[in-house]
Design a binder for this molecule. Structure first.
Ligand SMILES: O=C(O)CCC(=O)C(=O)O
Ligand SMILES: [Fe+2]
Length: 431
């Protein structure tokens, strides 16, 4: 489809052009003047017509001969010299791993193709079949009483026997409760106070009432709801209403396979090359923590994001973590996306990066961890061959079908700095 979209004589191009002209007929031309540079970039990449030109999007896969086929079949292509970047010399222990930084965003490390195809499949399977189910909360749990073994497993059984497709019941069955404004859909933007070790107690004490289930949602087949899955929580429980972690609910376990991937990504980077002697970042009282990350980095929270083709993630800063510097490891699976990352406000022009399946991004240090970032575009038809259906692998078929229009992002964080025990801090304060 997107091949057609680039061809002005095709039916798809003409249809998109008609839709574009209809939707922009009454637009005020002055509106664009008010956009921040970040907003302007989001608008540009979101556009369905004309399809965005990605020639200024950094696409590091272009540097790898082994990814030529993936790039060709994936239709979309950025540029390998869109911005100024530096390749780090590999550590002896991870000599086959490529790592890049850019002077535009100190602390951002890109590890293109970090995950081999088999590992990508393992993590896709894990995200859908093992993780997006109880006890891990998903966006759908707010409104529906989900099956105990998760939507994915019900849908998989229903593939071979449609009578197994169940109707999932809403949580609120009467209209007595006030309607909620949290409908299943994109993540809501909430302005929250950045967490720090100093305000941790205060933030812990803010009430975190459960979200009110919608009184208007109707029972729905599991197979239809699966397409509305948007996120699943990892580790420490995250309260979306206040955008703060709720430590009273205990610490969910981080799966060993996932923790291992994140730790190996952090350990593959020679942090002295990222920060080095010329580093001017403000590390605060704790000093340059990167020096001990290879020993004390430990992920304890996160989210699995499930994007369908038209989904976007607006510019935001992840500031709920008490530790504002430790590496945030972000894993891309499935269709490719344009990722934007800028500065401490939306007024900084963001750097656009094309993220493909298997790529890992690490956001670390004071500048990068508090930088605005977002995903304005999932690039349709860019699922790599190794995640598509294989004739000799019927078990993969349901995953291939779902992933055809999906991007998964596993976003893993470390909430607390080394030596900070939230349970002890709360007990000591007699809260
Ligand atoms: O999908 C991505 O690449 C980024 C996701 C993200 O920024 C988040 O979950 O906070
Ligand atoms: Fe984020």
């Amino acid at each position: 489809m997107s091949i057609d979209l680039h061809d002005p004589t095709s039916a798809a191009y003409k249809k998109a052009k008609r839709q574009y002209l209809n939707s922009t007929r009454n637009r005020k031309t002055t509106a664009e003047l008010d956009w921040t540079p970040f907003r302007a970039a989001e608008k540009r990449f979101k556009a369905r017509f004309p399809p965005p030109n990605l020639s200024d999007v950094l696409d590091l896969a272009l540097l790898e001969d082994t990814r030529t086929l993936e790039i060709q079949t994936g239709v979309w292509k950025g540029s390998s010299n869109a911005i100024d970047y530096r390749e780090l010399s590999p550590k002896a222990s991870s000599s086959n791993i490529k790592a890049y930084t850019t002077p535009r965003i100190p602390g951002l490390v890109l590890l293109p193709g970090f995950l081999a195809p088999d590992k990508q499949r393992e993590l896709v399977r894990w995200s859908l079949a093992d993780h997006a189910r109880q006890p891990n909360e998903t966006n759908l749990d707010i409104h529906y009483i989900l099956p105990e073994d998760g939507l994915w497993n019900v849908c998989e059984r229903a593939r071979s026997d449609p009578t197994q497709d169940i109707y999932v019941q809403p949580r609120a069955s009467t209209s007595e409760l006030p309607p909620s404004d949290e409908t299943p859909g994109p993540r809501q933007l909430v302005n929250n106070t950045p967490a720090t070790p100093d305000n941790f107690l205060l933030l812990s004490a803010t009430p975190k009432p459960p979200s009110t289930p919608s009184t208007t949602v109707q029972p729905a087949p599991a197979s239809a709801l699966l397409r509305k899955l948007r996120w699943a929580n990892i580790g420490w429980y995250y309260h979306w209403g206040t955008k703060q972690y709720d430590f009273t609910k205990g610490k969910g376990k981080i799966d060993d396979v996932l923790a291992d991937v994140c730790q190996s990504a952090v350990n593959a980077v020679d942090w002295a090359q990222v920060y080095g002697p010329t580093d001017t970042s403000d590390w605060g009282e704790s000093g340059p923590e990167w020096k001990t990350w290879s020993e004390d980095y430990e992920p304890d929270a996160g989210i699995v994001n499930f994007y369908q083709i038209k989904d976007t993630l607006m510019a935001h800063v992840d500031r709920s973590e008490v530790c504002a510097t430790s590496p945030l490891v972000s894993i891309s699976l499935g269709n490719a996306a344009v990722f934007l990352i800028g500065g401490l406000t939306r007024d900084t022009e963001p750097v656009p990066v094309l993220l493909r399946s298997g790529d890992v991004v690490i956001m670390s240090g004071p500048a990068c961890r508090r930088a605005y970032h977002g995903v304005p575009r999932i690039l349709e038809n860019s699922l790599p061959e190794h995640l598509a259906a294989q004739p000799d692998e019927p078990q993969w078929a349901p995953f291939a079908e779902y992933m055809d229009t999906t991007r998964i992002n596993i976003n893993v964080r470390q909430v607390f700095p080394k030596g900070f025990d939230p349970v002890l801090v709360v007990e000591d304060s007699n809260l």
